[in-house]
Design a binder for this molecule. Structure first.
Ligand code: 2AM
Ligand code: CA
Length: 269
């Protein structure tokens, strides 16, 4: 293992590349996009998703040979274990927003060492906001340090959730979360898991709930949220697995257990 690895250098490169990649995406708005569907009509991929993933792979392999890359579009390595340094990259998180709105999408990069999240970067490309954290050093929005999350009552919480999970779907009984939605102050849905996780870290959302995310959707957000004292687990309160799809419940620590116990596990009925 590369024991002398300079994490600050890694962080500096990753930040520089994420901003360069953001510029490439912004400059692409005026050119014709090639849009394809993947698993279903709502699962989109564009030539830019591929191009940006390739952009990172070229730079990482040149500057950090030996590091492995797990990317959404599968251009990187066939990552089966988390041994060593693994870059977990979503070149465009919120591809549907990218295609339909040209905003509210992000580049998400989590850098893990032996399965432990060391660096989390989420770049909201159009707003220009970079959310970043190194494990143990706090989280930041651009140059501003993000404070630890304050206690929030559920009645005063604003949570990110997509309406899919309270209508008929394959992953959760839609009646489970409906009472939670009634109880909280409000709900929002932005259509980019990375941005929603960054918002939890920044205290703009008090929680984010979704039933199906891939590692590249949450790898960076997990590092950011843990740095501000938030919790990120599956909806049943278990640890996330980094090599498979998970449900994700990211929230302010003050009501995390209460939501899992009352609304998901039905313990207090
Ligand atoms: P994407 O745009 O990178 O595909 C939308 O609600 C959020 O869920 C986005 O972050 C989107 O990521 C993610 N998402 C959409 N379809 C998904 C799928 N089939 N598996 C995992 N995550 C998905
Ligand atoms: Ca993506």
């Amino acid at each position: 293992m590369d024991s002398a690895l300079d994490w600050n250098k890694l962080d500096t490169y990753a930040k520089q590349w994420i901003k360069e990649a953001g510029n490439i995406i912004r400059n692409s708005f005026s050119s014709q996009l090639m849009i394809q569907t993947k698993t279903s009509p709502d699962d989109l991929v564009t030539n830019m998703d591929h191009e940006i993933e390739q952009f990172f792979i070229e730079r990482i392999t040149k500057n950090f040979p030996g590091h492995r890359i797990l990317g959404e579009e599968g251009v990187g390595d066939n990552v089966q274990t988390l041994v060593g340094i693994v870059w977990i990259i979503d070149p465009i998180d919120g591809t549907m927003n990218f295609v339909h709105q040209q905003r509210n999408f992000a580049i998400s990069i989590g850098i893990y060492e032996n399965g432990v999240g060391k660096i989390g970067l989420i770049f909201d490309v159009v707003s220009g906001d970079l959310y970043h954290a190194q494990k143990g050093q706090g989280a930041f929005l651009n140059d501003v340090s993000l404070p630890k999350l304050k206690n929030v009552k559920l009645e005063e919480a604003v949570i990110g959730i997509n309406a899919t999970w309270v209508t008929e779907n394959k992953r959760i009984d839609p009646t489970k979360l409906a009472p939670l939605i009634k109880r909280v102050r409000g709900t929002r849905s932005y259509g980019s898991a990375a941005i929603e996780l960054a918002y939890v870290a920044a205290g703009r959302l008090d929680a984010y709930i979704t039933m199906r995310l891939s590692p590249w959707d949450f790898a960076a957000g997990l590092v950011l949220i843990e740095e501000v004292g938030g919790l990120v687990t599956t909806i049943e309160g278990k640890s996330l697995k980094l090599l498979e799809q998970n449900s994700v419940f990211a929230s302010n620590a003050s009501f995390h257990d209460e939501v899992v116990d009352t609304y998901v596990l039905g313990k207090n009925e």
